[in-house]
Design a protein around this ligand. Structure first.
Ligand SMILES: NC(=O)c1ccc[n+]([C@@H]2O[C@H](COP(=O)([O-])OP(=O)(O)OC[C@H]3O[C@@H](n4cnc5c(N)ncnc54)[C@H](OP(=O)(O)O)[C@@H]3O)[C@@H](O)[C@H]2O)c1
Length: 294
């Protein structure tokens, strides 16, 4: 039985879709979620739905019972991820889960990202738990950049502190396909996958958006303090604006870049090109404001 936590989320749902596409029977998949009412569609498709709230540890052991392979997807709140993952790992050990896959962040060993700290702690916790484990170090979601183009389209500029930093972003769907490949393959214990797509800079993104929209759009690089102020001025809480600006600056330190070919190898095809991700986002209509998740 394969159990996916945080399965109401965008990435978790895509992983379940990919497992079903790969022929895993729905009855062999558990969607472990905080709120079962959000996944009645999955229950209708025959997927087992169990309550699993990282903040209510009493729900976790029963959610993981009978699991051969568990995909642990962290929650979205900075500062809570590590304590939540620690509880989930303890529950996985108690439930004698066969293999735990952790959906972390690219370059965990070397990353200077403040956002990366909890992923480092979680990987360490998982290793010292003695549970067989595999690390899925996800690169930045391409959608973080392509679905937040509203202000750039209005103002003619993408702003940030990315410099010329290369970002090996990948779509959620590609990363989910890679996860499904790992979850359904033998001999995964001890493996570490660095999952990134073809790298681009923010100038590349601006050029692609210009090309597709016919509007002149440039990338405007800003000092990190100024970028944080602009984010705060757009309504983000100060601490979160600082964190997001640091996340942007981290591109200049190489934190978002990988030359690993793990992603195309796992999915058996090249990763989705930036041009396709931009076209999909423009078709869907970019959100007018920043995505407040991290
Ligand atoms: N690689 C990247 O670029 C990147 C970017 C952003 C985030 N991330 C990380 O990847 C994760 C998955 O991404 P996503 O796009 O699927 O995020 P998402 O759509 O925001 O989903 C977050 C998921 O976390 C669940 N969750 C929150 N608190 C929980 C709790 N206490 N117990 C159990 N589940 C809880 C949510 O459940 P509810 O539906 O009940 O709220 C939801 O299913 C994020 O949570 C974040 O840690 C990675």
């Amino acid at each position: 039985m394969i159990t996916i936590t945080a399965a109401t989320g965008q990435y978790g749902r895509l992983v379940i879709d990919e497992l079903l596409k790969r022929g895993v029977p729905a009855s062999g998949i558990v969607a472990a979620v905080r709120d079962p009412a959000k996944v009645t569609d999955l229950a209708e498709r025959g997927v087992q739905v169990r309550e699993a709230d990282y903040d209510r540890p009493e729900t976790l052991v029963s959610a993981f019972t009978g699991t051969t392979t568990l995909l642990l997807i962290p929650g979205a709140v900075f500062g809570q991820r590590y304590p939540q993952m620690r509880r989930a790992i303890a529950a996985a050990a108690e439930a004698c889960v066969g293999l735990v896959a952790y959906a972390g962040f690219v370059n965990t060993d070397t990353s200077t990202l403040r956002l990366g700290e909890e992923h480092k702690q979680t990987e360490q916790e998982l290793r010292s738990s003695g549970l067989p484990n595999v690390m899925l170090r996800n690169g930045a979601y391409t959608e973080m950049y392509t679905t937040t183009l509203g202000p750039a389209l209005e103002q003619g500029a993408i702003i940030g502190s990315f410099g010329d930093g290369k970002i090996s972003a990948a779509t959620r769907a590609d990363l989910a396909a890679a996860a499904a490949a790992v979850l359904t393959s033998d001999d995964q214990t001890g493996k570490v996958y660095e999952l990134g797509g073809t790298a681009f800079t923010m100038s590349d993104l601006a050029a692609e958006v210009s090309r597709q929209t016919g509007k002149p759009i440039t990338y405007q690089d800003l000092p990190v303090d100024q970028y944080a102020k602009i984010l705060a001025g757009a309504g983000l809480p100060d601490a979160f604006a600082d964190l997001l600006a640091d996340t942007s600056l981290a591109a200049t330190r190489g934190d978002w870049y990988t030359d690993s070919t793990d992603l195309p190898q796992l999915i058996g095809r090249p990763s989705t090109p930036l041009a396709t991700a931009v076209a999909d986002a423009l078709k869907a209509g970019p959100a007018p404001t920043l995505d407040p998740r991290s």
